[in-house]
Design a protein around this ligand. Structure first.
Ligand SMILES: [Zn+2]
Length: 81
């Protein structure tokens, strides 16, 4: 798709790193599938990926971690509705 930021580049599928923070907890998700602009580097996450990320984040939060590096995983047993 066309990039909405620079209106110049096309996005390509790739992987990115997403950092989520809540209160004292910081979660760093690696290998998150995303569309990335070849021109300006803007990252687009699909709403499906977004939901999956936040769901995974909730699970990590419940474990009470402060700083965690997590590989984004698509093979958890929850599914995206
Ligand atoms: Zn762009």
């Amino acid at each position: 798709m066309k990039c909405a930021i620079c209106r110049n580049g096309e996005t390509e599928s790739g992987v990115t790193t997403v950092t989520l923070e809540r209160k004292q907890t910081t979660l760093v998700f690696k290998q998150v599938p995303a569309e990335i602009c070849e021109n300006c580097g803007e990252v687009y996450l699909s709403s499906q990926i977004n939901r999956a990320l936040f769901k995974q984040a909730e699970q990590e939060l419940r474990r009470g971690v402060f700083l965690e590096m997590v590989n984004y995983s698509t093979n958890n047993d929850w599914c995206v509705a």
